[in-house]
Design a protein around this ligand. Structure first.
Ligand code: WTA
Length: 647
């Protein structure tokens, strides 16, 4: 890990919203006087009824609970739209860049977006959608995805976005878990010139979801898709008949805003639930400070709305701040690896926020693709989703930003609602690979496996000792699971699942997940999910999945598979299983390596020793540690001898 320090550039220190001295002053106030700090910071929101209570939180079992601004009321769509209309109605809210550069782009003003949101909100109301009802969105990266989110927020419905790369099965599971009656989708998505059959996937998913009675279908590519009589509604026809006015619902600060499913270490994906008031404060504050955002600047977060980054930093954060937010339908390397930087030039993007996996893939294509673009509009570069390795950091800094743009390496999680440990461009001297220092109100602590705090420099498990406004409030339908997952490993604090090092300057370096979650291209996958997909195949008896180092994806998926006794391993079967997992979960879960094994290393009590499987997958086989508790140590020799060569 690199310890070179990049000081804050002088022009940044002078002009930024927050410089170093201000950061320290604000940080200290935020933890010493949270009531006062958040009472003021929350004024950035237009409240319908102002709150009097600020922070009512406890992580202890006896009085566990998390509430912020709990007697205030607001509407988040109104905060993203209505309040900008008087002064900024004609400003562009969304700049939409299509997958194919030859397709016309779209520029949508705040006034137009407001009207679109109201029309769709009225359609939803006509379909009987009520406050608190869950609406599932399965949509490509098109402006209507943002319109759909905001329409739900406007009428107080809870949106649950399912990433458009997930399979029909994964979609069905998420629809069923939150009991959605209404699904919003499009005929097809487009990514890198390839079509994604969204409507067909919905049709397949709904075979398992008898509760869905309404599908709103947007014609995007114009593909000929079958419409089910009485269930499917043509989106554009429906909105055309509606009024462009729809009064926003007055929501309580603690009313749910959205559910987003994310992988955990055990069982099925969890429905992470965020509420309205605290999330609003957190998303808008972090977006403003982390990107030093001023109205009128062009801002682009390249994440998909199917992930939390898209929720907080493509849609809610930027729109609350009156930003012009770029929405890109496509992929970084199509038609060619200049695509990202051409978009930066086309719209004069000032802040760009992307993922290390994309940077590593582009870095491999060479600097020429970058150098033929100007990028002179860029002021700040962001990174999110996984640790950025110092090599990729340097490339981002030197080649993309030409040593002019601070890099904000933002650590956070679906559960945290917004950035938690991150540099601020005008305040934080940078160290490549470090997420640096905590955001206001965030109190990180490192603990050893027994929960004993580690003071000063050291390495351990990362926990957060007190609540912040953007924190998730529960797991949908399973509050006990929420408490068990995050607050029992280390009682009294929030456990992140990440390992972390703190250096002598107090900088934080995230070292990666320490639970059974792997991070593939910045996407969280539970190993248990992939294992159950494999075991669902009729020829598979048992499976164990671990992460392995991967040059582009960060981590790849390594699966150990034991076949049923009459089945012989073969290359064909290997391919069949890869295809099977893609079908069951989606392409992001594609195993990189499948190793057939007659047996898995188990303790005498039957527990799979994942430590050994991880070491073999990492090719770190010199010291496998103590194997004496294994029921059959010869299993390990077989695994070592038959290790496949990764492609
Ligand atoms: C990892 C994405 C290091 C981490 C916003 C976390 C990171 C998980 C960083 C959450 C970063 C995210 N440096 N690791 N800057 N950002 N992570 O829920 O392991 O999709 O726990 O949220 O990604 O992934 P999630």
């Amino acid at each position: 890990m690199s310890d070179t320090i990049y000081p804050v550039p002088a022009n940044w220190a002078k002009t930024a919203l927050i410089d170093e001295a201000r950061y320290h002053a604000m940080y200290h106030r935020s933890v010493d006087d949270p009531e006062g700090f958040w009472r003021e910071e929350a004024q950035r929101i237009d409240w319908i009824r102002p709150f009097s209570r600020v922070k009512e939180t406890s992580f202890d079992e006896k009085d566990f609970g998390i509430a912020w601004f709990s007697d205030g009321t607001l509407n988040l769509a109104a905060n993203c739209l209505d309040r900008h209309l008087a002064e900024r109605g004609g400003d562009i809210a969304i700049l939409w860049e299509p997958d194919d550069p030859a397709t016309p782009d779209r520029r949508i003003t705040y006034r137009e977006l407001h009207a679109d949101v109201c029309r769709l909100a009225n359609v939803l109301k006509d379909a009987g959608v009520r406050r608190g009802e869950r609406v599932t969105l399965y949509l490509p990266m098109i402006p209507e995805a943002a319109v759909a989110m905001l329409a739900c927020a406007r009428i107080g419905a809870i949106h649950s976005i399912v990433f458009a790369g997930f399979s029909p099965d994964a979609l069905a599971g998420r629809i069923t878990d939150c009991d959605s009656r209404v699904v919003l989708t499009a005929d097809e998505g487009l990514r890198g010139g390839r079509k994604v059959p969204l409507k067909a996937n919905v049709d397949a998913a709904l075979k398992e979801c008898p509760g869905v009675d309404t599908v709103l279908m947007l014609r995007h590519t114009g593909a000929d898709v079958p419409m089910v009589e009485g269930r499917d509604i043509d989106w554009r026809t429906a909105v055309a008949e509606q009024s462009a006015e729809c009064a926003p619902e007055e929501m309580n600060a603690e009313d749910p805003l959205f559910i987003l499913y994310t992988s955990g270490s055990t069982g099925k994906p969890k429905g992470v639930l965020h509420t309205t008031g605290g999330y609003a404060v957190w998303a808008s504050m972090t977006h403003q400070y982390v990107f030093d955002y001023r109205p009128g600047q062009i801002y682009w977060c390249a994440a998909d709305i199917g992930w939390v980054t898209g929720h907080s930093y493509v849609v809610y954060g930027p729109l609350m701040n009156g930003a012009t937010t770029v929405m890109f339908e496509g992929v970084p390397n199509w038609p060619d690896p200049s695509r990202f930087w051409q978009i930066v030039d086309k719209y004069a993007v000032e802040a760009f926020y992307g993922a290390p996996t994309a940077l590593r893939a582009l870095m491999r294509e060479g600097d020429d693709w970058v150098k033929k673009t100007s990028r002179k509009s860029l002021r700040v570069l962001g990174s999110v989703g996984e640790p950025i390795n110092p090599e990729a950091w340097q490339w981002y800094y030197k080649v993309i930003g030409e040593e002019r743009c601070p890099i904000v390496d933002t650590w956070w999680q679906t559960e945290t609602g917004g950035t938690m440990i991150t540099p601020l461009p005008g305040a934080t001297p940078l160290k490549p690979g470090s997420a640096t220092r905590p955001m206001f109100g965030v109190q990180p602590r490192l603990v050893d496996n027994d929960g004993t705090p580690i003071e000063g420099a050291g390495e351990g498990c990362l926990v957060i000792t007190d609540s912040w406004p953007g924190q998730m409030r529960t797991v949908w339908g399973d509050h006990e699971r929420f408490f068990q997952t995050y607050f029992t490993t280390f009682p009294g604090v929030y456990f992140t699942g990440d390992g972390c090092r703190r250096d002598t300057d107090g900088y934080y370096w995230i070292t990666g997940r320490i639970d059974d979650v792997i991070n593939v291209s910045g996407h969280r996958m539970g190993t248990a999910e992939i294992e159950s997909a494999l075991v669902a195949h009729q020829k598979v008896a048992e499976a164990a999945v671990v992460g392995m180092p991967h040059a582009i994806k960060g981590q790849g998926i390594y699966a150990y598979v034991t076949l049923n006794s009459e089945v012989e391993p073969s290359e064909d079967l290997r391919r069949e299983l890869v295809k099977w997992v893609r079908q069951e979960i989606g392409p992001i879960a594609t195993p990189d390596v499948i190793q057939f094994a007659p047996g898995l290393p188990k303790t005498r009590s039957g527990k799979i020793m994942r430590r050994i499987l991880r070491k073999i997958a990492e090719n770190d086989v010199g010291n496998l540690g103590d194997t004496s508790t294994l029921a059959d140590p010869s299993v390990v020799d077989h695994l070592l001898e038959n290790r496949p060569q990764p492609e």
